[in-house]
Structure formats: C-alpha cells, structure tokens
Design a protein around this ligand. Structure first.
Ligand code: ATP
Ligand code: MG
Length: 558
C-alpha cells in the first residue's frame, strides 16, 4: 500500500484511519485473518470520555474486520484498585453497547505464568534482583542527557538471583527493599531500557488473588505478556506508551511466549473545559466537589448516563473525532453537538413549565376537561402520541407573558394572541398582581375552534408556547447543569484545576410542572421538554427530579 493512496471505507464515507490501514495491510499480506484487541482498564477509578474513545476503537475494529475484543482488567497495583471500580467499568462498557469475547479477564489470572517467565529471564541471565533503594536507583538511572550506571547487583549469579527472588516472593523483604530488574542497557538513550523494574514488593491484599502474592509485576511486564497469552494481534494504547514499545518488544522477543502481539499507539482524547485524568476526577469525588463519580457534571460515562447522554451519541462523537497519532484537544461543543443531534432525532417530546404562571381561561367552562393529542416526535411516527388534559386553568412559563411588548416578542401579551402548543389559540385580557407588583395570574380567553386550525377571524397568533394543565400534571425539581469548569484548559499550566470550577455548574429549580405522563417517566429515557431543552429522570433522587442533559441551542459550527 502506498502512502498517498486514500482508501475509502465501505461503511462510512471517511478514509480508513491509520490503524484500519495497518489491519488491511496485515490481512493482505496474510499476517492475520482476524483482529484480536483488548480494552485494558486499570480498576482504579471510573471510565471517562477518553476511555470511550479507546473502547470504541478496540471494540470497533474487530466488529468491522472480524475478530474479537477482550475486556482485561490491568490489575497489577492492588493498592489503588477495588471491586466497585471493576463493577462500574463492566456496567459502562455494556452501556456503551459493546460485548467482550469470552470471560472477563484479569492480568492477575496470569500471575503464575508471569512469575515463571520472570524465573526464565533470571535463568537466561537477563534479570536480576537489585537492592538499590529508590533514591539510589534514581541516581544510577542517569538522565535524558547522561547515561546511567550499572547497579552493583547486576552481575550476581543466576543461583543468587533465584534465591533472592524467592525471598522476595515469600515475603522476607519489606516493600521497596529490592526489585527484580531486566538486564538490558543502562546506557540506552531510551530510559525504559535502562534495566527496568519487572517485579516489586507490595504487601497488600489483592481484590482477585487475596494474599497469594506479595510481589506484583509492573505494567510493562504484565501487559505485553498478557497480550501474548490471549493471542492479541494489535495491542492498541495511547501515545505516552510509544517509548515503552521497545521494552514491549524486548520482552516478547526474550520470553517463550505463545504469540507475538504488536503494540500501536494512537492520540488520546483531550477535551477543553474538561478534566480527563482519573486521579483528578477522584480528587473531585473524594474532596466533595461533586456528588460522586456519577455526578451528572462529571465527564465519566456513569455521570453522562445519569445526565441523559445516550450511548449512540458517544459512539457518534468518537467516530467524528477520528483516530490519529497526535494528542489533540477537541472542542467540547463538538461533543455537545453529537449529544444534541442524537436527542433531536430520537428524544420523545414533552411539555414542561419551569417557572409556572397561572392562566385562567375565562370563557372555558369550569368543570370541563378535554383531551388534546400531541405528537410523540415531529417526524417519528413510531413514538407514541400523547393525550393531554386541557381545562380552564393552565400554567405557562412566566417568561412567556408580558403586559406589553414590542413586535419582536412573539409570546403572550395583553390584547394579543399566542398558540398553546397542540391546543387552542388564546388571547390575554389582563393580569393580576401580588402585593409587590409581581404578576400572579393572567386572565385570558380561548379562541373557539382553533385546535389544529387558524382563528376564523383571520388574526393569527405570532408564536407558540408550551403549557401544562393546572389540575392534572406532574410536579418536580429540575437540575440545570452547566460546564463543570470555567476555564478552557482547567488542568494545564500552573493553575489548580479546583480553582477554576464553575460555581454555577448546578442550579436547582423546584416546583416545576410538566405534563402528567412525566409522573411515569422512566430512568434511561431522555425527553425534549419543548422550548426548554433535553431532560431525563434522575436515577438516584427519591422524589421526581429531572436532570437537564443539554439545552436546545447548538454552538458548534464545524
Ligand atoms: P487516566 O490517565 O485517566 O488514569 P489511564 O490510561 O491510566 O487513564 P487506564 O485504565 O489504564 O487509564 O486506561 C485504559 C485504556 O484507555 C488504556 O488503553 C488507555 O490508553 C486508554 N485511555 C485512557 N485515557 C484515554 C484518553 N483520554 N483517550 C484515549 N484513550 C484513553
Ligand atoms: Mg493506564
């Protein structure tokens, strides 16, 4: 395949990205006939939007080319990991719409094999137990511009190394007292080859292996070997591992592994106005800046789900941003656009009034209630029609009424007409004020025979507003969310990301009213509240509460 040839994808009209090109080439050369990938989260936090990119890529490639994707927990550091994170990650991957092949896997499934391979390297004279203390080891390591120095423990005999490693394994040494290192090259220009640590001592119970081990393999020793055991063909990771690739290859080449996976790196997703580091997200949770990992303002998959974002929108977004070899910063408005676009097409419609103002329709009979029908969605016949009670007293939004206004104001004004969505045209006569001069009620009239047709006298209303029946409706609170950070790059430079949190990222409104069917709103369905935005029922609140997923207005122009 030549570099200047553009291959257009059959499924979408975009050109194949570099990994798809590599796989196409591998197939053409007969190197592989299927793609085996893995998604390898460390269970030390919840998944975030950046992980969604990795999930879509790792699960998407075998879906497209044939093959399978494994879900493998990279659980080599028991100190920071726990079962809550494992459960949350499984839930999130499933929610995004992906199924892994076979059982859920853990790096810890292979601890015995890794241990045996460590012994193998020692026997080959390619690994040694080093007793340099962390500070000394750092000094021996050298710098980017100066070579390192050989450890005084480097030339120990195989037998001595086997004995020392056995003492490490049986708990004779304290954490940090010694480590198993690969014997590669202390003068390498790549720091990762300067006798990297393969095993360290951690006197910690492990969530999968309990007290079986007190030595744990480093990520670099576990990852490639786990890939090889599972027959992974393309081991895809983010750019920061590019410098580790030579170590990945060294280990695969120097161990009797059953297959030879290849590591490829792609650019991680960064979003402006967003933090995508598990450590920082954990800090927001631990220090109480947000209401848990699934706070609807968090860029976690659990937070976005609770906020009403759909998996389809996230998959679309990941497709839009593409896969390249550079770490770019994506404008968060592009994510917002994908969310809005999906909801516009799929969200059932409903009416709600956030700031209720009573309107009495003085010419409508007192005890009458009629049912009007409204479409479930303007162009989706498959979404059920709604039937809405309509009677003499209704609520409209206080912002939709003015005593007087200029022509630009296309809502209800005294002496003027407006259409109530899916119901009558009404005309306002007067308003009633409270002690402080605030408007507490509007007196208006319906114009007869205007459901579904214009007024007979030819005086058409200028606008359409939403309304809710005052007798039969749902009452609820809404949480109005805004971006969590005020600053476009909250975690760059000198600043502390918690100093640029947006103090208005959550505004609660109580006593909102909506059409009566919302009493039965299901968690997991996001509605368009007409003229207000997209909302979903909160999964945690005891009473009825809706989260605003996103407003209606799109600011993305790309
Ligand atoms: P964090 O920096 O948030 O802690 P991580 O890389 O340590 O992330 P892992 O659980 O190791 O978290 O990540 C699992 C997989 O997801 C890895 O292959 C990693 O490269 C990928 N990944 C993590 N963050 C991003 C991101 N922002 N964009 C794309 N892929 C990511
Ligand atoms: Mg990681």
């Amino acid at each position: 395949m030549t570099a200047d040839k553009t291959i257009i994808d059959n499924d979408s009209d975009r050109p194949l990205h570099f990994l798809e090109q590599i796989i196409t080439r591998d197939f053409a050369e007969g190197k592989h006939s299927q793609v085996i990938t893995r998604f390898p989260p460390e269970p030390n936090g919840y998944l975030h939007i950046g992980h969604a990119k990795s999930i879509c890529l790792n699960f998407g490639l075998p879906e497209k080319f044939g093959g399978e994707c494994h879900l493998r927990f990279d659980d080599t550091n028991p100190a920071k990991e726990n079962q809550e994170y494992i459960d949350a990650i499984i839930r999130d991957v499933e929610w995004l719409g992906y199924r892994w092949s076979g059982d859920i896997r853990y790096a810890s499934n292979y601890f015995q094999q890794f241990y045996e391979w460590a012994l193998y390297l020692i026997e080959q004279g390619k690994a040694y137990v080093c007793h340099l203390l962390p500070d000394e080891a750092r000094e021996y390591r050298g710098t980017l511009t100066e070579p390192g120095k050989n450890s005084p423990y480097r030339e120990r005999s195989v037998q001595e190394n086997l004995d020392e490693f056995e003492k490490m394994r049986t708990g004779e040494y304290d954490e940090g007292a010694c480590a198993l290192r690969a014997k590669i090259d202390m003068a390498s220009s790549n720091m990762n080859l300067r006798d990297p640590i393969l095993y360290r001592i951690r006197k910690q119970l492990h969530h999968q292996t309990d007290d079986k081990w007190c030595i744990y393999p480093m990520y670099d020793f576990a990852h490639g070997q786990g890939d090889a055991i599972e027959g992974v063909t393309h081991s895809i990771c983010t750019m920061e591992f590019a410098d580790h690739r030579v170590l990945y290859e060294w280990l695969i080449d120097n161990l009797p592994v059953p297959s030879k996976p290849v590591q490829y790196e792609f650019g991680r997703l960064n979003l402006n106005y967003t933090v995508t580091s598990k450590r920082k997200l954990k800090q927001l949770v631990d220090d109480g800046y947000v209401d848990g990992w699934d706070d609807p303002r968090m860029p976690t998959l659990a937070g976005m789900r609770r906020r009403g974002v759909t998996p389809a929108a996230l998959r679309k977004f990941c497709d839009m941003i593409g896969v390249t070899k550079s770490d770019g910063i994506v404008d968060v408005s592009m994510l917002e656009h994908a969310i809005r676009d999906d909801l516009d097409k799929n969200a059932p419609r409903a009416m709600c009034v956030l700031n209720p103002l009573k309107v009495t329709l003085t010419n409508y009979p007192e005890n009458k209630t009629e049912m009007v029908t409204a479409a479930g969605h303007p162009n989706r016949d498959d979404l059920a029609e709604r039937t809405l009670p309509f009677s003499r007293e209704i609520y409209i939004d206080a912002d939709d009424f003015r005593e007087e206004a200029n022509k630009k104001y296309k809502r209800l004004v005294i002496g003027k007409r407006v259409r109530l969505r899916s119901a009558y045209v009404i005309e306002a006569d007067k308003c009633i004020k409270g002690d402080k001069g605030n408007i507490i009620e509007v007196k208006a009239r319906i114009i007869e025979d205007t459901i579904g047709s214009d007024p007979g006298d030819g005086i058409k209303p200028k606008g359409v507003i939403q309304w809710v029946d005052a007798k039969r409706h749902a009452i609820f609170d809404v949480a109005l969310y805004d971006r969590l950070f005020n600053d476009a790059s909250p975690d760059s430079g000198e600043k502390n990301f918690v100093d640029v949190l947006n103090p208005e990222s959550l505004v609660m409104k109580t006593q909102c009213v909506g059409e009566v069917g919302l009493n039965e709103a299901e968690v997991g369905t996001t509605y368009q509240f007409e003229r207000e935005g997209y909302f979903c029922r909160d999964s945690k609140s005891e009473g009825l509460m809706f989260n605003r997923t996103i407003g209606l207005r799109d600011t993305f122009n790309g």
